[in-house]
Design a protein around this ligand. Structure first.
Ligand code: SF4
Length: 316
């Protein structure tokens, strides 16, 4: 495999491929600016939402993304999925249909969309996602009050509207749906909440239910991780093909990950840095940096502290 850092083209919208827990080697495309989202989830790994909106726009010219993608595909690198995700909610991008169609003309690599599912009540959004190979929407609550507490949505979004949108999408979509449920300790880590989420899931009937919990520094210090053994217990209340998302490990990528982690540590030896500082310092995308930060925090190589709503990382 070619060294992933060989091509020095300065990518603005494309990042990776990054080793993803679910998608193998995932080439990310950022279709909305940081951090544009219809939600402001208390567990968000990107920090608080700065542009909370349900207004769809052409945030990024499609031709620029396609030019970058052409360049990236010239590298001899392994890519399992081209993933539309990035720094917020990708379905806010008005040019999704055009983007997906153009990618399909260029490559056979499957396209995945990581979405919070909040705009699937809009028939245009449902149609635009039709040509994607895999859609991963989220459902973190089974009722309105928990939805408001966990996802902190735009005021125009009710739980019923969002849940019905995801159900409608599942009825018309022919690709694969994997549904992500993000569980929080003390909030949705109890049987009654899980059962109410499961009632909605039964109407969606996804190919997989993927259970997740806090593993990276969350937007709010009161968003707590559910311990592993409890995740296993809670998984038994879901109907269908349930999996708990585990850490990514592929020996082929270990060397690349090791080098990048060393670079982050070297940077932090000089001074504490925010995610933005590390991304700028190493010329890597924030979403890529997050993967390494997660490992380094877990192994207690680095620590973090909040200051003015920004997390700063430093050496222990
Ligand atoms: S939907 Fe995703 S990007 Fe938006 S706030 Fe929640 S976790 Fe963050």
């Amino acid at each position: 495999m070619t060294d992933m850092k060989e091509n020095n083209y300065n990518y603005q919208y494309i990042f990776g491929p990054v080793p993803s827990r679910r998608l193998g080697f995932s080439l990310g495309i950022d279709v909305v600016p940081f951090k544009t989202c219809s939600y402001d989830c208390i567990y968000c790994q990107l920090g608080r939402t700065t542009n909370k909106t349900i207004t769809r726009k052409e945030f990024v010219p499609v031709f620029k993304i396609i030019n970058e993608l052409k360049q990236k595909l010239e590298d001899d690198i392994k890519i399992d999925y081209i993933t539309l995700s990035g720094s917020g909610e990708p379905t806010l991008c008005l040019e999704l249909r055009e983007l997906i169609n153009q990618i399909k003309k260029m490559t056979n690599i499957p396209i995945a969309i990581l979405t919070n599912g909040s705009l699937l009540w809009d028939s245009n959004v449902r149609k635009e996602l039709k040509n994607a190979d895999l859609v991963i929407p989220s459902l973190d609550a089974g009722k309105e009050d928990i939805f408001r507490y966990v996802n902190r949505p735009c005021k125009e979004l009710s739980f019923e509207k969002v849940a019905n949108g995801i159900i409608k999408f599942s009825n018309m979509y022919r690709g694969k749906i994997w549904l992500e449920v993000f569980l929080l300790n003390g909030v949705t880590s109890i049987q009654s909440e899980v059962l109410s989420i499961n009632e909605i899931i039964k109407k969606i009937n996804p190919a997989k239910i993927q259970l997740n919990t806090v593993k990276r520094p969350p937007a709010e210090s009161f968003a707590f991780s559910v311990p592993g053994n409890q995740m296993v217990e809670l998984s038994k209340y879901f109907d269908g093909n349930v999996e708990i998302i585990s850490d990514f490990s592929r020996s082929t990528d270990e060397n690349y990950m090791k080098i990048t982690k060393e670079e982050i540590i070297n940077l932090l030896k000089r001074r504490p840095c925010s995610l933005d500082d590390i991304a700028a310092g190493l010329n890597l995308h924030k979403n890529e940096i997050i993967k390494y930060i997660e490992e380094l925090v877990k192994n207690e190589d680095i620590v973090y502290q909040e200051h003015n709503h920004t997390l700063y990382y430093s050496i222990k």
